[in-house]
Design a binder for this molecule. Structure first.
Ligand SMILES: [Zn+2]
Length: 328
């Protein structure tokens, strides 16, 4: 397939395919994705309460939008650590195509938050941090960017990350929902999500400079958007994207790009498919257990076996405690 595809060929990038695009006239590059069956598999397997599933889906979107930009073999990891009912969300993308995710939450606090009408994504996370990590193997430095979460959702936090860590003007839109699709034995609800990331990358760096605030450098002032006309046009166009449109399979990634940017000329490039695949293995878990003391092995043994469930994919691994008895 040629590197540059034509937007007239609607339908070449379907679900679970991250599509890079460029709007040269606006100096904008980005990626767009609709997650369908793959996301539905991940969320159905975990069977989280709906508000938790939504957070995990948002984390998956951010992770594939950023992770598929890795130029080398490696891993992109998103992790939240917060004090809300959902105190941890982890999603990681391993090149070339593997995504996995899970969340940890307090069921009682979650029920209370929903009952109190305090179940927005930002409130469910609470206060803490969002860490984004790029790990490209043992021979390269691990890179980590950390941004605060203080009642903000992942969409806002991702924008803050780019502004602070990379100084690239970035717009991010995330949308999560359920749609009813016909299937065996009647219609069923399926999870879907759509995400769009757009970045302003002009050749002249001064075009990305944030205007000086009147009255000096107030570190607590709200961050300003840059005034450049091309970037303002991009923001205005992205603001017209409706929540449902972003995840609607009848719209799809290309049709959305066409609708938004056709007037300015938009090119799309070869997409990256993403799959629901976990990297856990018996060998890897055995390696962890081999580091346990005899006491820890005893503590981990129930009814004569050590049972380890992968938190990401729920797969169960069983071991004989005697395998690890040399530790004593
Ligand atoms: Zn697993």
């Amino acid at each position: 397939m040629s590197e540059q595809r034509k937007l007239g060929d609607i339908g070449f990038a379907g679900d679970d395919d991250v599509v890079p695009f460029e709007v040269a006239a606006l100096d904008v590059r980005g990626r767009v994705v609709q997650l369908g069956p793959m996301l539905d598999q991940i969320l159905s397997r975990h069977d989280y309460p709906e508000p938790v599933a939504r957070l995990v889906a948002e984390a998956c979107l951010v992770t594939v939008l950023l992770g598929t930009s890795l130029k080398f073999e490696g891993k992109f990891i998103l992790q939240t650590r917060t004090d809300g009912p959902v105190d941890m969300v982890v999603a990681d993308f391993a090149t070339p195509t593997s995504l996995r995710a899970y969340a940890r939450f307090d069921a009682e606090k979650l029920v209370a938050a929903v009952a109190a009408g305090e179940a927005t994504p930002g409130k469910l996370l609470g206060n803490g941090v969002l860490a984004l990590t790029i790990d490209q193997g043992e021979h390269t430095q691990r890179y980590q960017g950390v941004v605060p979460l203080d009642g903000t959702d992942l969409q806002e936090a991702a924008k803050t990350y780019f502004r602070q860590s990379e100084q690239i003007p970035t717009d991010v839109r995330l949308s999560v929902g359920k749609i009813v699709l016909p299937g065996n034995g009647g219609s069923h609800e399926h999870w879907r999500a759509g995400g769009l990331l757009a970045q302003f990358l002009p050749k002249a760096a001064e075009r990305t400079r944030v205007p000086d605030l009147p009255g000096g450098d107030d570190p607590f002032a709200a961050p300003q958007e840059i005034a450049d006309a091309a970037w303002q046009e991009l923001l205005a166009l992205v603001a017209t994207v409706e929540h449902e449109e972003l995840l609607d399979p009848k719209v799809g990634s290309e049709r959305l790009l066409y609708r938004l940017f056709n007037e300015h000329g938009v090119r799309v490039f070869e997409g990256t498919p993403v799959e629901d695949r976990c990297s856990c293995s018996e060998d890897r878990i055995r390696g962890i257990l081999e580091g346990f003391t005899a006491e820890e092995i005893t503590d981990s043994t129930e009814e004569g076996v050590i049972r380890v469930n992968c938190e990401f994919c729920s797969k169960a691994y069983l071991f004989e405690p005697s395998e690890f008895s040399a530790q004593a």
